[in-house]
Structure formats: structure tokens, C-alpha cells
Design a protein around this ligand. Structure first.
Ligand SMILES: Cc1cc2nc3c(=O)[nH]c(=O)nc-3n(C[C@H](O)[C@H](O)[C@H](O)COP(=O)(O)OP(=O)(O)OC[C@H]3O[C@@H](n4cnc5c(N)ncnc54)[C@H](O)[C@@H]3O)c2cc1C
Length: 417
């Protein structure tokens, strides 16, 4: 029996393993299906990682390398090239690798399986089925890890960070990126990526537009892009045709929760990740989750911080599990689409309870407010600018939650000028 089993060795799993070791768990198993540790970071060869955690600007592989070096100073057992097939409520984990099928058990489990990309089928783009349509992450893997340039004239659908990063990457590799097309009236990527990956290379960003046709067989030869109305319906007469051989899709990520669902863990339909308490515990006692499997993060540094929280809580669970006496639900209002955590254990033992969330529209000067069930203000945080593309965070002092009952509501309100 292991103290802790961690599934997935991206930045979430690696940080959780190191932090759990530092929190005095001495029998830890880290399982990764890939041959290499590091998760998605291995294909992110651009810089922009590690500014918070290591106070340096690192590439994805360098960031992963730092965590792998830290892991070498521990006795964490690592099984790579090993796929987890199943987990259950008794913390039994079934896995398979070249040695065969095996069952292992942990006193606690941390889920850190990351997420996968949405594909063309998810949004049903009309048109022919020629080759040359890739998800942006697949194209990134081909270029950065396998050395294949996937096309020469490219249109990108979706302005999430992967699409933006790939617009720059394809340009640097000699391809012509004709347009980045976004159905929303705002980009869903980080502001810094819009500047550094599109504007710096004169790549046009078409907001409130989408691809309405893909032409060409056996290879894509044209795409038709149309403006959309506020209900995302294409507006006839606004069509633009681009001659291209490649379409990259950056249309969202889906947390990898097949294992979690099969185990009976409650999934939040808004995040598509496990519903978690403030210590990253899921609805099954002793099963914790962190990183992109819980919610899509913009920054690996935040993934590492969340993983540390899960690891410390898992260690506490194994070493001295104190029962909780109650809980608060965290509700949303005022354009807040979800929060993580969705529940807070009572009594609150942490000095600060961090809540992250996203909104479904852009706000200028505004305030993030937390109110209790009677409408009393718990706390308020001023913000200059909030965009759906950037994960927001607030830290609520634990003391302010004393005596609150049933639920809290997190909302954003526009500040009057
Ligand atoms: C293109 C792109 C650009 C980015 N740019 C930046 C940036 O500039 N700066 C920044 O800070 N962040 C950036 N990020 C975000 C950051 O990389 C991610 O938030 C982070 O990697 C998520 O970490 P994770 O450990 O949760 O998931 P992952 O890195 O996806 O790791 C999950 C791991 O779990 C493994 N796994 C899944 N299922 C199983 C199973 N059943 N059995 C065994 N193993 C399993 C997977 O193989 C994988 O290795 C970027 C992300 C992308 C995709």
C-alpha cells in the first residue's frame, strides 16, 4: 500500500509528487502513460513559463526539467510508459505497461491527468473532409517534437493560447498565417499572447467571425470565413475566402476525466472537471485533483501552486485526517461562469481560501464581490480589467468565513465611473 498514488506527470503531477515528499509522505508512486515526464510542457518550446515559481522566464521543457530535477532528490517511485485504466473509491488503481496488468492501492490518490483538445467534430464545421485540418496542439507536437511542418498557408480557428502560440510558431518556421478567426467578440487567450504572437507578426485577428466552409479534397485548398451575429449565427453576405492548405483548430480543451467519472467522482458540468473542496479534495474521500484535469489553466505556475495545495492536503489526509463539521457551497452570479473550489469545508482552517474563476465577458474597472447567503458582503476586490481568456483569482481571508452558513456567492460588478 502506497501513501499516495499520483496519476499523470505533467507539471501538476510532478509538483504534487515533490510537494507530497516535502510534506513527509515517504511512499509515493507517480504514474505517467508517456515515455517522458513533463506532460504537455514537452511540446511547448516557447518561453513564458516559470515567472512566478522560479522567478525566471523558462521554456516548457526547461520548466518540466526543473521539476524533474527536484524529483530526483526524492525517493518517489516513477512508472512511465504506464497507463492507468481504472480507479475506485477504495483508492485501488489498475494499470498496464509492458510488464502487464497490475493493481496498486494508495491511502490517497491525486488525479493530474491534464486535458485534451476539442476537435472538428465537436463544433461540426461544414465542408469537405480533406487532409490539412489539425488541432493546434497536434500541429505543435508535429513541429516541435517530430520536426514536420504541417502546412504553408494557414488559417487558425479560435484565439485560445495554443492557437496564438502556433500562429507565431508557424510564421517563424516559414509558413504564412493568413488569419486567426474567433467566434466571440473577444479573444480567449492571454493579452500578452495576442500582442507577441499576432500583432508583432501582423497576423489579423477576426473577432465575431467563424469558418463556415472548408473546401478541397484530398487536401484543404480554401476556407470561407463569415461574420457572426450576437447569437453566433453567420451573417450572409459577409463571407471572405482564404486560399490555404492548413486549418488549425484552437477551440477549447476538455479535462481528461474518464477515470474520474468511472470512479463515481462528481463532475462539475461547467468546468468538466471534478467538483472540489478548497483543499482540492474531490467528492470521494482521499481522492484529490489538480491542474488542467480540474480546470483549464493559463499558466503552468498556477498549476504547480494548485498541485502543492492538493499534495499538502493529501499528506494531511494520510497523516491525520480531521473530520469536517460542515461545508459552504460557492455559487456564482453576475457573469461569473464557475468557481474552483465549488465547496469549502467548515471549519475553515486555512488563513486564506483561494477561489479561481472565469467570466463570460470582458469587464473594465470592476469589483469581485463575495457575499453570504443573506446578501452580506464578505469581501470585495477591485480589478482594472477582467477578460474571459484569463483565469482570475481571489484570496478570501479564512477568518471572514467564520459563522457563514450554507453558501457564498461570487460575482463581478462594473464600477461606476
Ligand atoms: C500550447 C500551449 C501553450 C502554453 N503556454 C503556456 C505558457 O506560455 N506559460 C505557461 O505558464 N503555461 C502555458 N501553457 C499551460 C500549461 O502548459 C498547462 O496549463 C499545464 O501543462 C497543465 O499541466 P497538467 O499537469 O495539469 O497537464 P498535462 O501537462 O497535460 O499533464 C497531464 C499528464 O497526465 C498524463 N495522463 C493522462 N491520463 C493518464 C492515464 N490514464 N494514465 C497515465 N498518465 C496519464 C498525460 O500523459 C500527461 O503527461 C500552455 C499550454 C499549451 C497547451
Amino acid at each position: 500500500m502506497y501513501d499516495l498514488i499520483i496519476i499523470g506527470a505533467g507539471p501538476a503531477g510532478l509538483s504534487a509528487a515533490v510537494s507530497a515528499w516535502q510534506a513527509d509522505l515517504k511512499s509515493i508512486l507517480l504514474i505517467e502513460r508517456d515515455r517522458e515526464l513533463g506532460g504537455i510542457l514537452n511540446q511547448c518550446i516557447h518561453n513564458g513559463f516559470g515567472l512566478h515559481l522560479f522567478k525566471e522566464e523558462l521554456t516548457g521543457p526547461e520548466f518540466a526539467g526543473r521539476l524533474i530535477e527536484m524529483l530526483k532528490d526524492t525517493d518517489v517511485e516513477v512508472m512511465s510508459d504506464t497507463m492507468v485504466l481504472d480507479i475506485n473509491g477504495d483508492h485501488e488503481v489498475s494499470l498496464i505497461n509492458t510488464h502487464g496488468y497490475q493493481k496498486v492501492q494508495g491511502k490517497a490518490v491525486i488525479l493530474a491527468m491534464g486535458c485534451r483538445e476539442r476537435t472538428r467534430g465537436a463544433i461540426a464545421i461544414p465542408g469537405s473532409r480533406g487532409s490539412g485540418v489539425y488541432t493546434a496542439g497536434t500541429a505543435q507536437r508535429y513541429i516541435n517534437m517530430d520536426g514536420y511542418l504541417v502546412g504553408k498557408r494557414v488559417v487558425i480557428l479560435g484565439s485560445g493560447d495554443i492557437g496564438l502560440i502556433m500562429a507565431r510558431r508557424m510564421t517563424l518556421e516559414g509558413a504564412k498565417v493568413l488569419a486567426c478567426v474567433e467566434i466571440n467578440p473577444y479573444s480567449s487567450g492571454l493579452q500578452r499572447n495576442i500582442k507577441q504572437c499576432l500583432e508583432d507578426f501582423d497576423i489579423p485577428l477576426y473577432l465575431s467571425h467563424t469558418i463556415t466552409d472548408i473546401k478541397g479534397y484530398p487536401r484543404v485548398s480554401q476556407v470561407v470565413v463569415s461574420r457572426v451575429d450576437e447569437k453566433f449565427r453567420p451573417i450572409p453576405g459577409t463571407e471572405m475566402t482564404f486560399d490555404c492548405d492548413t486549418v488549425l483548430l484552437s477551440i477549447g480543451l476538455i479535462p481528461e476525466n474518464e477515470l474520474s467519472r468511472a470512479a463515481g467522482i462528481v463532475i462539475d458540468p461547467r468546468t468538466k472537471g471534478p467538483l472540489v473542496w478548497e483543499n482540492m479534495e474531490t467528492s470521494i474521500d482521499g481522492v484529490f485533483a489538480c491542474g488542467n484535469v480540474v480546470q483549464v489553466h493559463d499558466l503552468a505556475d498556477n498549476v504547480a501552486a494548485e498541485a502543492r495545495k492538493a499534495a499538502v492536503a493529501a499528506a494531511r489526509y494520510v497523516q491525520d485526517n480531521q473530520p469536517h463539521t460542515g461545508e459552504l457551497t460557492v455559487k456564482t452570479a453576475g457573469n461569473v461562469t464557475y468557481t474552483v473550489p465549488q465547496r469549502i469545508h467548515l471549519p475553515v482552517t486555512d488563513k486564506l481560501v483561494e477561489i479561481s474563476f472565469r467570466t463570460n465577458r470582458v469587464f473594465g474597472q470592476c469589483a469581485v464581490e463575495v457575499v453570504d447567503k443573506d446578501g452580506n458582503a464578505v469581501c470585495r476586490f477591485k480589478r482594472e480589467y477582467i477578460t474571459p481568456g484569463e483565469l482570475q483569482k481571489i484570496a478570501v481571508p479564512g477568518k471572514l468565513l467564520e459563522g457563514r452558513e450554507e453558501y457564498l456567492t461570487v460575482k463581478v460588478t462594473e464600477e461606476q465611473k
